[in-house]
Design a protein around this ligand. Structure first.
Ligand code: UDP
Length: 416
């Protein structure tokens, strides 16, 4: 068996969740939930932990269930073996625009295993199937009576052409394909009526989104992460991955250190995912680059750390949160920081630009020189920091909370 069910432990009360919706949204959610009684929704992705998709499903499943709708969640067993996850990691890189080389034997192995996964999915007899990653992509071939949605969470605006050609026959079997951003629909031959656009969202009720006083959070980080309480703190939370550009951030940070001698930089990227064989290499490269700089702190090994709590505290402790990615499907970490009223600086990825409007609710830096300038600008300007904190919270409240995402899902199910 390659499929494993995940049952998030949280039980939610509908009333707690609906508090974050306005009257109109609340009415629509309740109406559509009622219409979906008796239907079975099944979500599948690669891993139960690590990365934005797992983060979303951990909340989306209990939220949907709290409305009385039958929703369940399955992931792929990390023990699937062979080169399966290495190959799908290359899919991720290739869809995000890197040139990738996949041997035909690796591709065959992928197809074979993905097909076995598809047969297992078939046995679940879902009414609506939502596939969130490429590992179970071949489920698109399943019987007609199951309505099939593929939710693409990557920046696929300029995919590797050869890879796209290879994967396209599988994508085209889905009734609907959701992209988080309209720029990502730059796909040859993809029927327009198949595509739907809606962005991801964060869960305002999760421990991760808790607001904690900065002082308390700094004390926590000193105790659990050995980061001195003095000096300004800049934080980036993300898996170690070249697309997230941690090295560019270190470069920018080193440039400003002369003027901010006590400033600290924390890169929080705990390795908890079971589908990420490349993180270790990216971490080691970053560690090598930061070597000798005692004000840079890297967090990779999750041993003895409460990852969710530590991450939440790091975001709350930050004077500035950076997400320096040059490619990003969305970047939940940006909304997470804004929700905690932390001023943010983002890299030039379009997923990030969907959230940060330059100079309105944060800053966008296109390279490390610009990032160094932005860091200085914000560290020196309390008024601007306050303005971005306020505007950022508003942005998330109006656009990027899970209630809206559930409604978008329900509307899509109804269409099918
Ligand atoms: N995350 C975390 N601890 C870490 C690194 C990441 O809790 O050390 C979480 C982060 O808070 C966010 C998710 O993992 O909720 C990453 O989602 P995002 O969309 O930013 O990036 P992805 O990993 O999906 O590319």
């Amino acid at each position: 068996m390659y499929l494993k069910q995940v049952k998030p432990k949280r039980k939610l009360k509908k009333s707690d969740f609906l508090k974050h919706s306005n009257l109109k949204e609340k009415k629509q959610l309740l109406k559509l939930a009622k219409e979906m009684q008796g239907k079975k929704i099944v979500h599948i992705n690669a891993t139960a932990q690590g990365g934005g998709v797992a983060e979303i499903l951990n909340s989306l499943i209990p939220y949907t269930q709290s409305l009385g709708v039958d929703a369940s969640w399955y992931v792929i067993d990390p023990k699937i073996g062979g080169n399966f996850f290495k190959t799908t990691n290359k899919f991720f890189d290739g869809l995000q625009g890197n040139k990738v080389n996949i041997s035909s034997s690796d591709f065959k192995e992928y197809e074979k295993k993905s097909q076995v996964i598809a047969y297992e999915i078939d046995k679940l007899s879902a009414d609506i199937l939502v596939i969130n990653d490429t590992q179970p992509l071949l489920a698109g071939f399943l019987a007609k009576k199951t309505k099939k949605i593929f939710y693409s969470h990557v920046d696929s605006s300029k995919p590797d052409k050869k890879l796209w050609k290879r994967l396209f026959p599988y994508f085209k079997n889905y009734q609907k394909i959701v992209f988080s951003n309209k720029e990502f629909v730059n796909q040859d031959n993809l029927l327009k009526e198949k595509t739907v656009i809606f962005p991801p969202a964060i869960d305002p009720l999760a421990l991760k989104q808790k607001n904690v006083a900065k002082e308390t959070a700094r004390k926590y980080l000193q105790k659990k992460g050995n980061i001195s309480k003095s000096g300004q703190l800049i934080v980036q939370v993300s898996r170690f991955d070249a697309f997230k550009n941690p090295i560019g951030l270190i470069e920018a940070f080193s440039k400003i250190q002369e003027n901010y001698k006590n400033a600290q930089l924390a890169l929080v990227g705990f390795n908890v995912a079971k589908d990420n064989p490349v993180a270790e290499l990216a971490y080691k490269k970053t560690r090598e680059y930061a070597k000798g700089n005692k004000n840079i702190h890297l967090f990779y090994y999750p041993k003895n750390k409460k990852v969710e709590e530590f991450t939440m505290m790091a975001q709350n402790a930050a004077d500035i949160v950076v997400q320096n990615s040059y490619r990003e499907g969305f970047g939940l970490t940006v909304s997470e920081a804004m929700w905690k009223q932390r001023p943010v600086i983002g890299g030039p990825a379009s997923g990030i630009k969907k959230q940060i409007k330059h100079n309105k609710n944060g800053l966008i830096a296109n390279n490390s020189d610009e990032l160094a300038k932005c860091l200085k600008e914000l560290l020196d300007n309390k008024e601007k920091r306050l303005k971005f904190s306020k505007e950022g919270k508003k942005t998330v409240k109006n656009n990027f909370l899970l209630n809206r995402l559930i409604l978008d899902h329900f509307k899509l199910y109804k269409k099918l």
